[in-house]
Design a protein around this ligand. Structure first.
Ligand SMILES: [Zn+2]
Length: 327
């Protein structure tokens, strides 16, 4: 559990601490921003500082409360996440939150409820949460963490103070990532690939994810040369469908940038330029846009848990992708 915010979050953090110390921190915060921007460390640092018995700029890390958190259990913290299967946060989980809010804090201090991703709450769960958000009682802090806050009910959003995290400037994220990856050049590359999202970049640079990208790159290459999409689909793990679509979207965006500007510096995946150049010859930008919409929609459906057969979705995607690459 992170006790400190990330380096580029210092400004935000200072503001949060200021509000907290002057008793003006609202009882419900909505932390939003794309996945991989660093919402979790910020939320965790705030949870820790809120529960800490002698906080400085950050949680002390030594008091009874901090030690409980570090050990993975704190009676005054309730974390709500979707059940594995349904990918939804259901009303039962929120009823437990309401019960928790109705009790007094066991450690005599604050209670914190963290809901993540908040957009996973279904309508019944969201409605059940409203009452607690309206009358939270003393010393209660709700932290709702969301990748896509537009999917929250407006009534939930309006009861939270909204903190939207912006993509950090590269000169702040690169040193951090360089330290994690042990290589500044690598950090620059992966940060570009991840669209500037540092934690996503770290994830993509990991061994397994790197392997998948390499497979996709070979597949892209095969399709540009006229390979058979269904046959190629067999090489990929359908369980990685979300990541496959994510890369498809990122590469289409690159193709569109290249097609519209003709400027190779605008491309995020610079290692793919030779393939892009070939693909750009074969299709019109309008068609790339259409395919982009399709990929986004498939990803949205996947996230909503309306899980069709991933193998079929993967094949359908590759058929469409290849039709454009060699048309
Ligand atoms: Zn402490």
């Amino acid at each position: 559990m992170a006790m400190k915010p990330l380096p580029w979050q210092r400004e935000r953090w200072r503001r949060l601490v200021e509000l907290q110390d002057s008793g003006r921190l609202p009882h419900a915060l909505l932390l939003s921003g794309p996945r991989g921007i660093g919402k979790q460390p910020l939320a965790e640092a705030l949870v820790a500082r809120t529960l800490c018995h002698s906080p400085g700029e950050v949680a002390c890390g030594e008091c009874h409360s901090c030690r409980m958190l570090a050990a993975g259990y704190h009676p005054d913290l309730m974390s709500v996440t979707p059940s594995e299967k349904s990918r939804q946060i259901r009303i039962d989980a929120i009823r437990q939150v309401n019960g928790f809010v109705a009790q007094t804090a066991q450690q005599g201090g604050h209670r914190v409820i963290r809901i993540e991703p908040a957009e996973a709450m279904n309508v019944a769960a969201s409605n059940a949460l409203l009452k607690s958000l309206e009358e939270p009682g003393e010393q209660t802090l709700f932290i709702l963490v969301s990748d896509i806050p537009s999917r929250l009910l407006p009534t939930i959003r309006s009861r939270c103070q909204h903190w939207n995290l912006a993509t950090p400037p590269a000169d702040a994220a690169e040193p951090w990532l360089g330290e994690r990856l042990g290589d500044a050049e690598e950090a620059r590359f992966w940060l570009r690939v991840a669209g500037g999202l540092p934690l996503l970049a770290e994830e993509l640079a990991g061994a397994e994810a790197r392997h998948l990208r390499q497979d996709l790159r070979e597949l892209f290459d095969a399709l540009v040369r006229g390979g058979e999409p269904i046959g190629e689909a067999a090489r990929l793990d359908a369980q990685a469908l979300d990541r496959v679509l994510w890369y498809g979207i990122a590469w289409l965006e690159d193709l569109i940038r290249l097609g519209l500007s003709g400027d190779p510096r605008r491309v995020r995946n610079s290692d793919l330029l030779p393939l892009y150049r070939q693909a750009v010859k074969n299709a019109r930008v309008r068609d790339w846009f259409r395919l982009l919409d399709y990929a986004r929609e498939q990803r949205r459906l996947l996230a909503a848990g309306g899980n069709p057969n991933p193998q079929l979705v993967l094949e359908a995607w590759l058929v469409r992708w290849s039709a454009l690459l060699r048309s």
